[in-house]
Write a protein that binds this ligand. Structure first.
Ligand SMILES: NC(=O)C1=CN([C@@H]2O[C@H](COP(=O)(O)OP(=O)(O)OC[C@H]3O[C@@H](n4cnc5c(N)ncnc54)[C@H](O)[C@@H]3O)[C@@H](O)[C@H]2O)[C@@H](O)CC1
Ligand SMILES: [K+]
Length: 496
């Protein structure tokens, strides 16, 4: 289970509560509705709350204007019928275009039955003159591709779209588009967000995400035992140096540098040092050491041509193996020795290339940090799965290797062998620059060295990396490392 921040309610500085981080899968959402019914909270009441939240979101963001509500045949449509009625009661001009009617005697049918206002045919013309379209066609659990008729209408929209639950066509579990999904200005998510609101391309289609609580009885979400979260401070605590600490109690990170790209090792070492590692050593070749010594302030201790035996083993040691590493015999030997010694280990870049098509070689690593290409090279068919279901692919890779998998991208997924998944969303596009991954692997090493367990270490590192990255033009990987103290400060001020 994730460690939740301790809070001291007497101290107002500690009063900020991280937003609920659970991401519900469609099946969990169904179980939640069922449990609510058993606890005496009817679907009717939940639908009324959802429709009210949608109407309020429209009134908060827009002045009264002609609204067209696209209502689908299920409960998503039901929310739309409720919202239509409330907006009309508030004096807005509203028309409903229904795509099929809900089954007789259903809660959604009841909501539709209460609509006394204008109905228009479900056609591209219906949305042509709208000033706002409420998309209540299908929800996050859509099980097949969007029908062509629905796509034609959604494509004809020129007005801003307020999506109920998800923009219709978006798969709530994976963030993938089923045939087509429109780009919403606002998405009202119900009770909790879904993985598809955070994963790409879904996140980009949702516009501003509003998560509204519907009034589920307390304890029901906890009882679901959700295994997927939005990555953030609700999942881990960053290590904060205490007065009694000394450098040897804050971990010793050893970065193994390759023969040809010592700059990558320097960036990994910078990430580790800025993220609080007590000691950082770069183990380089003679040639690499000569280069590194010129930038000693950002590299830590440098050892030229160390015999691996001299470095492996020892208390508190964490290896970062791979940034700038050429997958040669020396690297292969070193990986084997580190594994044999049982040291904690972060494997990235060249270290992953050593394991292409042979994921079993990674057994014993604590954290691996592949981008999509490296993931495919190591895990073969799971690489294809990652294209359609990134969390599931990362989860399977973690279970296969026993390592926490950090599958990188703008929507980095962190998966643990026990099935926990954190999806990250704070990475600015400036992180798409050479060397930024090296900084991340160093931060992962520093988190492990300071005592976080691998899943929390990886998730915290990924968040810190995103928070450290400056936005705007001209950002290079060194700036990300330099931004780490500011990211720590942001966390301390808000959550510590
Ligand atoms: N706990 C929650 O989150 C709550 C959710 N509510 C709403 O309930 C919705 C989910 O309701 P449903 O499960 O009824 O799902 P939908 O409203 O998405 O509708 C599914 C219906 O559409 C049909 N369908 C699916 N794909 C189709 C296709 N390609 N072509 C034609 N028909 C298709 C299905 O057979 C089913 O009848 C959520 O999106 C949300 O708006 C609220 O009403 C109340 C509480
Ligand atoms: K929708």
């Amino acid at each position: 289970m994730p460690v939740f921040p301790r809070r001291d309610d007497k101290n107002p500085r500690q009063a900020t509560r991280p937003a609920p981080a659970e991401l519900l899968l469609p099946d969990e959402s169904r179980r939640l509705d069922q449990a609510a019914a058993e606890a005496g909270v009817s679907l009717e009441r939940l639908m009324a709350a959802a429709g009210r939240a949608v109407a309020r979101a429209a009134m908060r963001r827009w002045r009264p204007r002609p609204v067209v509500v696209l209502a689908g045949p299920g409960n998503n449509g039901g929310d739309g019928w409720v919202a239509a009625r409330l907006l009309e009661e508030a004096g807005w001009p509203v028309a409903v275009a229904a795509f099929g009617m809900p089954p007789e005697n259903s809660v959604a049918a009841e909501a539709a039955g209460r609509w006394r206002g204008v109905r228009v045919p479900f056609s591209p013309e219906a949305v042509g003159r709208a000033g706002l379209v409420i998309d209540a066609l299908f929800g996050a659990g859509l099980s097949r591709d969007l029908p062509a008729e629905a796509e034609a209408v959604l494509r004809a929209i020129r007005a801003p779209i307020l999506a109920v639950d998800v923009p219709s066509g978006l798969d709530g579990a994976t963030g993938q588009v089923r045939g087509f999904a429109p780009e919403a200005a606002v998405t009202v998510a119900l009770e909790r967000a879904r993985p598809g609101h955070v994963l790409l391309p879904g996140r980009d289609l949702c516009g501003a995400l509003e998560v509204v609580e519907l009034g589920f009885p307390p304890g029901l979400i906890e009882a679901l035992r959700v295994r997927c979260w939005r990555n953030g401070p609700a999942l881990w605590r960053l290590p904060v140096p205490g007065a009694a600490m000394h450098k040897h109690s804050r971990g010793h990170v050893v970065v193994a540098a390759g023969a040809t790209m010592p700059g990558a090792a320097r960036l990994a070492a910078a990430g580790a040092r800025r993220a609080g590692a007590g000691l950082v050593t770069v183990a380089a070749t003679t040639q690499g050491a000569a280069f590194l010594l010129r930038g000693v302030a950002e590299a830590g201790d440098i050892i030229a041509d160390p015999p691996a035996e001299a470095l492996v083993g020892g208390k508190g040691k964490v290896w970062v193996l791979g940034p700038g590493m050429v997958p040669d015999d020396r690297a292969r030997d070193l990986l084997a020795k580190v594994m044999e010694a049982g040291d904690r280990l972060v494997v990235d870049a060249g270290g992953l290339t050593l394991c292409a098509g042979a994921p079993e070689r990674l057994r014993g690593a604590s954290i691996i940090t592949p981008h999509g290409g490296e993931f495919g090279r190591v895990f073969g068919p799971l690489g294809d799965l990652a294209q359609t279901d990134k969390p599931e692919a990362a989860r399977q890779a973690a279970s296969l290797t026993g390592a926490v998998v950090v599958l990188k991208g703008s929507d980095t997924v962190v998966a643990a062998p026990d099935g926990r998944v954190a999806i990250n969303s704070n990475a600015p596009p400036t992180l798409a620059t050479a060397g930024s991954g090296d900084v991340l692997s160093g931060i992962c090493g520093a988190m492990l060295g300071q005592g976080l367990e691998p899943f929390e270490a990886a998730a915290a590192a990924v968040w810190l990396h995103g928070a450290a990255a400056p936005t705007g033009a001209g950002v290079v990987a060194e700036d990300v490392a330099a931004g780490i103290p500011r990211a720590f400060a942001q966390w301390t001020e808000t959550y510590a």
